[in-house]
Every structure is written in C-alpha cells, then in structure tokens.
Design a protein around this ligand. Sequence first.
Ligand code: AMP
Length: 390
Amino acid sequence: MAKCIKDLNLKGKRVFIRVDFNVPVKSGVVKDDTRIVEAMKTIRYAQGQGAKVILASHLGRPKGEKNPDYTLAPVAKYITDKFMPVTFVEDCIGAPVADAVAKMNDGDVILLENLRYYKGEEKNDPEFVKALAANAGVYINDAFGTCHRKHASTYGMAELIHDKAAGFLVEKEIQYFSQLIKNPARPFGAIVGGAKVSDKIGVIKSLLELADDIFVGGAMAYTFLKYQGHTVGTSMVEDDQLNVVEEIFAIAKKKQVKIMLPMDHVISKEFCGEPCACDCADIPDGCMGLDIGPKTADMYIHELNRCKTILWNGPMGVFENPQYANGTFSIARALGGAEGTVVVGGGDSVAAVNLAGVSDTIDHISTGGGASLEFIEFGSLPGIDILDRN
Ligand code: AMP
C-alpha cells in the first residue's frame, strides 16, 4: 500500500500535486467539474497543513505544443470562483513557475499550465522531469486515471523526489481495487461490456482468476455467441478473437467460473436503425444486435443480486442512443440498489450510473477507466508502485 499524503509533513513545503483536471471546457467554461470536486479533498488538506500547493495536470491532447485551446486557465478561474483562490501560472516549467513559487505563502495554491504543452511529459523525458521537479519539495499523485502511464508528472517525478505519496483519491482507488483483486466478498460477479473482446482480453483473463461469474454484454457478446454456434447476423464480431474466446471458455471451465451471455437482444437492420425485439439468442440474417434484451437484463440482475461484490466495466449496448440504452440503464439501476459492494469503472459505465441517478448509492466509482482495468490485470500500476520506491 502506497504511502498516503497524511503520512508526510507538508508544513511550509512546496507540494507538487499531480491532479486530473482533464475536464470538458467549452468556450473557456468548465462544463463538468466532477474531477475538480474529487481533487478538492487532497488540495484542501495540503492547504490546511500549511503547504505551498502547486497543482499540475494535463488537459486534452495538445500534442506537445502550446495551444490556447487546451489552456488550464478556465480551471483556475473555476476553482477560484467556486472553492478557493488559485493563481494560474502560464507555464509548467521555468522562470514563470520559479517566480510564482517564490512569491507563495504557506497555504497558497497555484495551478500550472497544461503539462502536455511539452513533448517531454508523455515521453518522461529526464530534462523535463528535472525542470518540473525544480519547483517541488514533495510529490503527491492524485491522478488515478493516468497512473498506468509512465509520464514525467506521473512517474519520472516520483523517481526523483524522495518525499512522495498518494493523494486521498488515489488512496481510495487503491483500497477498492486491492480489495477486489485480493479478497473480494463472494460471490464476485463481473460485468464486462463494450465494443471489443480484443480491448478487454487482459482483464477478462484476470477476472477468470478472481470472479465467480462473468456477465458479458455489448458488442463483444456476439463474438462469444458466434463461438458457441449461434447466428449473429451482421452484429459486430471479431473473427480473429474466436480462438481467444475458446481459451476463455476453457479456463472458465477449469476454474468453474460461469460465463453468462445474452439470451435475447434488441436488433436492427442497420446501425441504430428502427429497433426490433429478438426473443432468442440467435440473431436473424441481415440484423445486428445493438443491446441486450429484457430477458437477459432480468436474468443478469437476478444473478447479480446474489453477488456480494460486483464490478462493472463497459456498456451492454449502444447506450448513447436511447433506443438501445435499456440494457445498460437496467443494469445501472439494479447496481444502484444492489446490496453487495459495487465498483464501477470506465467512462461509459460511469456515465450510465450518473445518468441513471444512482451514483450516490454505488460504493466506488473509479476515476480511471483504463487505469482500473490495468490495476485488475496487473495487480498495481506504475504510477502507484513508484510511490513506494526510494
Ligand atoms: P468500450 O470503449 O470498449 O467500453 O466500448 C464502448 C462502446 O461500445 C460504446 O460506444 C457503445 O456504443 C459500443 N457498443 C456497445 N454495444 C454495442 C453493439 N452491440 N454494437 C456496436 N457497438 C456497441
């Protein structure tokens, strides 16, 4: 377990906090403040301890170039208007940062400009790391969503700085995912959906070692159904993954993990055309599956209600279109009322529980889709492991 911010003395120190302020900004206005709100606990704590708080984040993909479309200035303004005064610094390295830090009093907060204005950030370039670290005495990582990346601000800095720890957000993510992979209350049901089997093979294989039941939805279900000999019409299928699915079934049999597949669907003749019910597992010629059907949703929910631990990653259908969203929202609502510990990760599933209005009753909503999958697959993440190394 990585050290937490509470384990460090922050008084009077220059505390560099890597946060995730990669928020949607339109015409200079922050459109969703979830990530900002989530980072506030750590920021307030550091401020309360009398630290000089230096916040740093990426925003979008400016591809290593200074581009005003990706400035973090609106985020500094948003925090100042809503939470606390924050001084925005128009660079993340060099003299502007050194000058701003020199003027700080204990308890002051500054936000640096987008880290990805420099190519060195994603390349973990040693010179860029040194330039970032020049203005920091203590390093805190509170950006779980980027902990699977070995970037300058998520990895290189932690290699260089001795006093380092996880922020409260990262600590909470570690607690939930460690529990999930080390000691889950059983039965443990994992719901995996989304577009492709190939994107989630690693995590599915890990779940075969961890879970008791795996519920498959989304387009990836059709590759499983095809392997079983069902007709799938024109549904999205990855033929080159059929051998992987064969391997998944073989491991599941050996480990006595149940793999649940859709028994009915919502289909259409064209992508998101007029929806039509398909009452059995076989999809007719010329039609594609775009959502799990009501029988499947009921069966999944019934089985999930037995589970003491539930993990959800990936939608059950093309939920962006309301005509194909019922499966995903039925699962979201059921998880909202589930008695077991529920952990939801991945942008689409998180959006679904938010839209279904049940996020308050979900035990843990992960802030990192890719990061949470890699945590399950590998048991930890580079940006977390490095916090324990001296
Ligand atoms: P992922 O990023 O792998 O979790 O996939 C999410 C995407 O999968 C969403 O944009 C969904 O619209 C899409 N998706 C889910 N079910 C289907 C389906 N049956 N056919 C095509 N796309 C789907």
